[in-house]
Every structure is written in structure tokens, then in C-alpha cells.
Design a protein around this ligand. Structure first.
Ligand code: HAM
Length: 473
């Protein structure tokens, strides 16, 4: 078999050449081996690893903002409970039909913004809002037989696939509250008051805008007039509004387009189409708001972008400069009455009213204010430091006892150096560091160091809790 022989001969020859080279030039051998090793260190596979990113319009709420979010949550919890609301927590995923039926086709949320997917043959959606979900829960759990009114509050993420920008996210949080089973202007005023005071308690001076869009019948009569007017001015309207004339003409009243605004100025106003009952109901709410000293503006063009509203609609705005430093209104919250919604979703006829506040926007305003006014008083803290093994164990015990007694301290038991611990205490801005060394463990004492003056005193370990409470108060 001649070809085989030839191949063997070539192989032998090659091996010999390599051997020869290796013997004669050891330096070259080193170079030849080093090259592939260098290639291995920066393997192309490693370079190709791409860190997953959070999705566009969705954000991590970072530990540095945790205190701000904690304050916003606790203020919400306090105010909701002081107005008699109990917390409702529901799944984030619902049947898509719930939102299509309640918010309505032709609205931005249903037509463009829902996160929809199919699973096990069901059409599902990530909740874009909570009013419909609260109604579903009210019906599912037969709450119409509970003592009325049923008052529920929520704090939950919402999902809307809108174009992201400052204050507009694809996952955002809402704090909201809904009242079922009682129709009275005082209820509407109380709902507005809860939303307004939540924002006010957080230190934001916001404005309430309010309008009535009447009953379904009032609105149908008004729509005939409005559509007639808008058709007569069609050529002056923006492309978006032209499309809305037949689909959702009320939303044109909300348009920010300058041409649209000129047309809207002369448009018929819904207030003139309200029945006597709706008009009186609205006037009574206004009287209650005066009584509660809640500042408001009557806005005949306010209609809101969800179909389920009847009679009262309101929004809470904050004036803030935009990217070009022009003042613009940022809607911090909105709400209204929805008397037909429970029945429309298959429940007993039950009146309802509520609001939702966009907490991410509230956080944005609070951060902006902190930036303008300075961060304010830093949170007080004390640090517990240790030196040596025994002190480390005793410090662990002390920290645990303090925690059980509701006292929080800063510490890092994994850090061995006292200098490092003192530096960390300064970084946290702690006014005092409690230092435990070998001697103190045996004496049952602890050193209290004033971080500003550097002065130190020794106290009994039994008095730590009392001393810290005094410093933090
Ligand atoms: P909404 O006006 O759609 O009403 O939303 C309420 C608030 O959520 C807005 O005023 C805004 O602050 C915030 N928000 C809305 N979309 C976004 C977004 N993409 N990014 C950040 N924040 C946003 C409702 O959701 C109704 N369920 C309110 C209601 C409750 N009506 C009766 N009861």
C-alpha cells in the first residue's frame, strides 16, 4: 500500500525536525509553548459574555433609595389606615379580559400598553392598574355582604408598555384606595382628601383638578354634541386627534397638542350636559373640599383615560420644569367614581370610588426637592466596634439583644481592625462608636467614643441600650 508508507515517512520526518529544533535551540522552545498559553488567558468565549440588563423602562430600586421608599410606603400605610382602609394584595397576573372589559377598547392602556401573553390556553396580562383588580376581588370574595362601605388600599407594581421617559416607566408602583357600596359626595371628598394628604404629608404642595363627566346617559348626549363640533374643526386637529374622533373623542379634550388646545377651548363643555342630580352631586363635593380646605381647580376638560368613570373625576398635579426648563404639569395621581363597574364585571350593582398615586413620580419630586433644598438632617446612628475574638462574640450578642429591643446599630463584625471599623463609623456618619475590647469584655463595660471630639468614656454594658436610645432620640 504505497500511499500509507508515504504518510508514515512524512510523519517521522516531521517529528525528527521538531526534536532537532528543540535540542538545538531551547530558547525557541519556550517561545513556542508560551504562545498558546497567552491565547488561553483571553479566551474569545470569556470576552463574549454579555451581562444581562434590566429591561427598558424597568428599574431597580437601589438600597441608596431604600429609606425614601420606606418613608413613602409607611406614609401610605398610615394615611390609608387612618382613613379606615384595609390592605388588599392580589396577584400581578390577571386574565387580560378583565382589563379590556373595564378600562375599555379605544383607550391607550388596552390598545397599546398591556403586557399580554398566553399560557395554558389563557390570555393573560400583567396588571396595568388596580381598580379593575380590586373590583374582581370584591366580586370573587362576595364582599357585597360585608358591612358597607368596603374600603381597601393597595401598593403594587403596574405594567404599561409606554414610551419610557422621566416619570414614565414600564413597571411603576401605585398606592391606591377604593371604596365600595356607598354613594355620597362626602365619600368622593374623602377619597380626594386621602390622596391629597398622602402627597402633602410627604411634603409636596400639589394641586387638585376636578370635573364631573356625569352619568353614562349624560355622557352619551354630550358626545353627540362634541363629535359634531370636532368634525367641524377636523382640519385643525392633530393626526392623533383625528383618529380619535370616532374611537375615543373624550380623550381629545386631554390632548397637549397646541392646535388641538385651540379647538378644545371653544368645544362644548360636559358640565352643560350634566343632569340636575349629577350637577348637585358635583357641587356638594366642591363644598366638602372647601370644608376640608383642600385647594382645587375646576377643569371642564378633565376626562381621564379609562372608560369606567361616572360623575366625579380628579387628578393631582405638581408643577415641575421639563428638560427645556419650561414648567409642565406632572400627574402624581388620579381617580374618580365608577358606579357601573362592579355590575359590568358580573357583580351585584355596587357603587365605587377611588384613586391611585404614581409613587415613582412622587419619589422623583421628593428627590428633586432634596436636591434643591439639601438632604436635610442625616439619620442618626451609632456604631458597635470590637477588638479581638472574645469581644467579637460579645459584640454579636449585644447587637442581637439590641435588635430584639428594637434598637438598630451599625456594625461590621467581619472587620478585624479597629481603625477600619472607626473609619466605617465615620462614613456612615455615626455620632458615637461603642468599642468593646478584651478588657471591657472582662470588666462588663464598653467604651463610648464621641466621633466628633474623639472624647471617650466607659460605661457599664447593662446601660448600652439606654445610652443608645438617648443618643438617637
Ligand atoms: P391612572 O391615571 O392611569 O389611573 O394612574 C394613576 C397614576 O399612576 C398617574 O397619575 C401617574 O402618577 C401614575 N402612572 C401612570 N402611568 C405611569 C407610568 N407609565 N409610569 C409612572 N407612573 C405612572 C389609574 O390607574 C386608576 N386605576 C386610578 C383610579 C383608582 N381610579 C379609580 N380608582
Amino acid at each position: 500500500m504505497p500511499p500509507k508508507k508515504k504518510a508514515t515517512a512524512t510523519k517521522k520526518k516531521t517529528t525528527k525536525v521538531v526534536k532537532k529544533t528543540t535540542k538545538k535551540a531551547p530558547a525557541k522552545k519556550t517561545v513556542a509553548k508560551a504562545k498558546p498559553a497567552a491565547k488561553k488567558a483571553v479566551s474569545p468565549k470569556k470576552r463574549a459574555v454579555k451581562t444581562p440588563q434590566s429591561l427598558r423602562g424597568m428599574r431597580d430600586l437601589l438600597p441608596k433609595d431604600a429609606q425614601l421608599w420606606k418613608n413613602m410606603f409607611h406614609t401610605a400605610e398610615n394615611i390609608a389606615e387612618s382613613y379606615g382602609f384595609a390592605r388588599l394584595q392580589t396577584p400581578l397576573v390577571e386574565e387580560a379580559g378583565l382589563f379590556v372589559k373595564s378600562i375599555g377598547k379605544g383607550t391607550d392602556i388596552v390598545d397599546k400598553e398591556m403586557y399580554l401573553f398566553e399560557f395554558e390556553g389563557l390570555k393573560l396580562a400583567l396588571q396595568p392598574e388596580m381598580t379593575a383588580v380590586t373590583v374582581r376581588s370584591f366580586i370573587n370574595h362576595g364582599m357585597h355582604v360585608d358591612p358597607q362601605p368596603v374600603k381597601m388600599w393597595y401598593w403594587s407594581p403596574m405594567y404599561r408598555h409606554d414610551r419610557p421617559q422621566a416619570g414614565r416607566y414600564r413597571q411603576f408602583y401605585q398606592f391606591g384606595a377604593e371604596v365600595f357600596g356607598e354613594k355620597s359626595p362626602v365619600m368622593d371628598a374623602e377619597v380626594i382628601s386621602t390622596a391629597y394628604h398622602y402627597i402633602k404629608d410627604l411634603g409636596i404642595d400639589a394641586q387638585v383638578k376636578i370635573n364631573s363627566i356625569g352619568t353614562l346617559e349624560d355622557r352619551q348626549n354630550y358626545l353627540v354634541e362634541l363629535v359634531g363640533y370636532l368634525r367641524s374643526k377636523r382640519s385643525y386637529l392633530s393626526e392623533e386627534s383625528k383618529k380619535r374622533i370616532n374611537k375615543n373623542p373624550l380623550r381629545i379634550l386631554d390632548s397637549k397638542d397646541e392646535g388641538d388646545r385651540m379647538v378644545i377651548e371653544d368645544a362644548p363643555q360636559i358640565i352643560d350636559w350634566l343632569s340636575e342630580d349629577s350637577k348637585n352631586y358635583f357641587m356638594k363635593i366642591i363644598e366638602y373640599l372647601d370644608e376640608l380646605e383642600i385647594p382645587y381647580v375646576l377643569d371642564p376638560t378633565l376626562v381621564r383615560g379609562l372608560d369606567y368613570y361616572t360623575d366625579t373625576v380628579f387628578e393631582i398635579f405638581y408643577e415641575t420644569p421639563d428638560e427645556e426648563n419650561k414648567m409642565k404639569e406632572l400627574a402624581l395621581g388620579g381617580g374618580g367614581r365608577y358606579d357601573g363597574l362592579v355590575e359590568m364585571l358580573g357583580g351585584q350593582p355596587t357603587d365605587g370610588c377611588g384613586f391611585s398615586v404614581g409613587v415613582d413620580r412622587v419619589a422623583l419630586v421628593l428627590k428633586q426637592k432634596m436636591h434643591e433644598e439639601g438632604p436635610g438632617e442625616p439619620e442618626k446612628c451609632v456604631y458597635i466596634a470590637h477588638l479581638g475574638d472574645q469581644a467579637n462574640r460579645r459584640a454579636l450578642r449585644i447587637i442581637e439583644d439590641l435588635r430584639k429591643g428594637g434598637i438598630q446599630v451599625k456594625h461590621n463584625l467581619a472587620k478585624a481592625s479597629l481603625k477600619g471599623q472607626l473609619e466605617q463609623a465615620s462614613k456612615f456618619g455615626c455620632s458615637h462608636t461603642f468599642i468593646l475590647g478584651q478588657k471591657e469584655v472582662q470588666d462588663g463595660t464598653i467604651i463610648v467614643r464621641d466621633m466628633d471630639s474623639g472624647s471617650q468614656e466607659t460605661i457599664d454594658q447593662k446601660k448600652i441600650g439606654k445610652e443608645i436610645t438617648k443618643i438617637l432620640s
